[in-house]
Design a protein around this ligand. Sequence first.
Ligand code: B12
Length: 508
Amino acid sequence: MRVLLINTNTKDDPLAAAPIGLSYVASAADGAGHEVCFLDLCLRWNIFRAIRKSIAKFRPEVIGVSIRNIDNVNMLHPVFYLPEARDIISFIRTLTDVPIVLGGSAVTLNPQGILEFMKADYVVVSDGEVPFVKLLGAFERGETPETIPGVGMIIQGKFHCLPHVLNDFPSGRADVGKWTDTGAYARIGSSYPIQTKRGCAERCIYCTYQIIEGHGIRLRPPRDVVDEIEDAHYRFNPDLFEIVDSVFSRPKDHATEILEEICRRPWKASFTVNGMDPRSLDGGCLDLMWRAGVRSFTLSPESASDSVIGKWGKGFVREDLIRAAEAINKTRLTPFWFFLIGGPGETNETLQETLDFILKYLKHETHPPYHNVNMFMGVRVYPGTRLWTIAMKEGMVNRETDPMQPCWYSSEALDIDLAVEQMIRTAAICPELYLGFDEGYLSVARMASILGHLYRLPKPYWRHLWGLNRLLIKSRLRFAFRANKVAYTIREQLKQQGYSGPLLKNST
Ligand code: B12
């Protein structure tokens, strides 16, 4: 069949994400003998013209559309992406009546809601490769697809979807460079994505990863991962590979085998890693990462206070963070730490414990390693997570809350006004600390990307956030444009989603 695959994710701030998920689906459909045309709207100026041209020229028999982001997960400067995706689907409908199939993380998080909102024909839940190829087979044979696990549709006015099956990592590679222009992504600061496994065995109460990829870890053979990197290295020569696993270093043995295999190969490449578990960050691991070409990585402890880390269900303790920070401090690697303020049990004291940790272990300013720390307020809460149940009990959301709209949680034990003051006070003396709520006023992340590009600094450009912040603090520009209604905006948002509890009564 002629299959047109469209990536609708045009978000490019602070970084564009090359469509690895849709590339996996494209490779699977191609491998099954279908004719595939790949349209990446992120790289197009006029997206509607590009869609019209592709449909007129390729005359697809099926259109697959990927929808990655629901929103930007920023309570203070929210952007909701689904209406834009819906406009794209409506536009496709004006041009052709072939079946439209949706997939991607946004779809998996709410298959029925998205199918109805987008007015498409089918949704594929979680991994796309196997169900999508089966769906194409059913179309070809003229069969009805309702018996295919993981494929959702409306039958007689009701949503129908047999549970999806996630037994192993589907065979085949993403081969992203074959489907989209990874050189164009590199020119706008992005990396070449590589996935080494699927599934997340962690139990973090707020996280959606288990919903998207399942609990069971599905490993890719290390050699296969490194063969894909080698192949991409020679064919597309990307300046930076990015491991996009939920947590790369769990299980640690698998990550170690991949890094060792990279070291054995004759070429050299640069890597950044998304998601390191602090428990795995010891001297040996960091040294192996460096030898394999890793220069930067992210980690998301969310808090450095034991009581909050415990309630998040993170599985490690403050002592692990201290050990990790001390080990990193003996290297030249650049980490990006993420802290999420306001989870269950958060108080102004637990916030202070986190700020003190940052000041004591991550503030260096003048000598490497240069830590970057992102601190965010406003916890995004998703249906299907344990945090959603807690939010229900505490009245942050209720049965009338529209789960299609972004919803938020904030601890009732946290004085939000005081929290904002504590964070600003620390950020004023700690260039490593980047406050998420300043984003709409002084987008340091955007500025770092522009400067990184102009001065050809090493990627990813977030590595230079601390330096830029330092400059801004020294020149007194850092707080010239300050988010001044943070606490008010958080309360307003909670009110809008139906909350009427004590956080609103204390408002100033
Ligand atoms: C790695 C990652 C990042 C990296 C990306 C690096 C890179 N170079 O790509 C970084 C850190 C930069 C990042 C940034 C952001 N991210 Co992010 N990220 C992830 C993560 C952990 C993995 C994504 C990934 O690459 N998966 C691997 C691919 C293979 O899986 P996939 O895309 O889901 O595709 C499969 C299926 O979905 C399906 N499929 C996909 N498309 C299609 C299409 C069809 C037709 C079919 C049939 C099937 C199908 O088949 C694919 C293969 O099986 C996910 C969480 C997760 N575990 O999914 C969050 C996640 C996708 N990110 C999320 C968000 C919000 C963001 C940001 C908006 C955050 C921010 N405020 O900046 C930005 C957006 C960046 C952008 N430009 O889009 C959310 C999206 C949900 C939401 N609320 O919108 C997620 C789900 C995390 C969460 N909070 O729950 N992210």
